[in-house]
Design a protein around this ligand. Sequence first.
Ligand SMILES: [Zn+2]
Ligand SMILES: [Zn+2]
Length: 466
Amino acid sequence: MSSIAPRQTRSVVADAPKILPDAGVENYVSHVLKTTKPLPPVTFDTLLSEINWIAVAVLTIPPAISIFGAYTTKLRWETGLFAVLYYFYTGLGITAGYHRLWAHRSYNASKFMQYFLAIAGAGAVQGPIKWWARGHRAHHRYTDTELDPYNAHEGFWYSHVGWMLLKPRRKPGSADVSDLSKDEVVRWQHKNYLPLIIIAAVVVPSVIPWLLWGDLRGGYVYAAFVRLCFVQHSTFCVNSLAHWLGEASFDDKHTPKDHVVTALCTLGEGYHNFHHQFPMDYRNAIKWYQYDPTKWFIWVSQQLGLASHLKVFPDNEVRKGQLTMQLKRLRETQESLVWPSDNNDLPVISWDAFVEQSATRPLIIISGFIHDVAAFVEEHPGGAHWIVRYIGKDATTAFFGGVYDHSNAAHNLLAMKRVGVLHGGVRLAVDDKAIPPAQRLKIARYAELSGSSAYSDQDEGEGLMG
Ligand SMILES: [Zn+2]
Ligand SMILES: [Zn+2]
């Protein structure tokens, strides 16, 4: 990379996976991709040694037990209801705990609530908090690149489960989790992870239905294993479905999307475009009617004194993103329409030439533009005779109220019939009548604005911040 100073290059290469993006490095991701080698592609011969057997077991044994169990075990309504509640509890362990509390630090939680969520998260069997949050922070930082562990550009199934099944070809990009290394609850969960998952994922959901209504087998099948499959794939949908279905309401630079269906599948993590723009916000859904039970849970916890410092991005900044996307869509509409010629691409005609040509062609002047109305004479709603009367003449006053005060639509249509501009006749800046209503407000790119001389000012040493 030519833009890197030699001294920086040495340090960057030596510490490539650990360093933070640096002003001297043009693009950190492409630099890491250039300077670190991926593992060789998986081949038929290497397949067995490249499979992540723990992940394969976690992702295949529970579905197998669930399917066999569901065929052979009667579902009691009490157990069904409990399984759904336990799904919400362990799901919130991931969404309110792993994700919004530990990965993003979007609020503070009391010690009690932290343990409550760490146990719940263990019941979802998705790895310990630190490992999960480290991957997730890399996902946010390197979204849609090869340093993103669940890179959505690798396809729906890769981002859903594929990334776990084979050993990754590259390490996820660097992400700082030093705060979590020091965290008492995170360390406790890490140290006791295996007993915690056995207790939270299997023992508790089996024993509660057994003790309360004598349904040990139902608890084991439905509240432990069927529930586990649902809660796991619910989380996986945040990496797959939320990067695939819906619209980019705040920014379309990357794949995250907003969709109510994803929100329903993921306890409210479906407003993922918003989330990638404002990851420190404790909300995913910003409207009260959007489905975000994780947000409601955090808010209620705050009311109960269990959570505090809920982070919310300033509404003013949130709305800027929304406006940008709305303007982009409007610009697309604007560019899809046909607009009239303006005085830069029309021939300038003298008054005498206009009068002369009007003898053989139905030409009318309005607001300094010469219009050929041949195709319109018979269709004029006010009658052909009004047009014929003004051929070879200036009908500006008549058009704008002298005879009839025409509608905006009529003015827009008139402008499409421009064929020339009268010499000295158009005064764009002073005369609104020269600009059709549909063009008085328009979406312009920054570079198209007349005031975009900021760059040249900077070149001359002016306009720089002090
Ligand atoms: Zn994402
Ligand atoms: Zn996130």
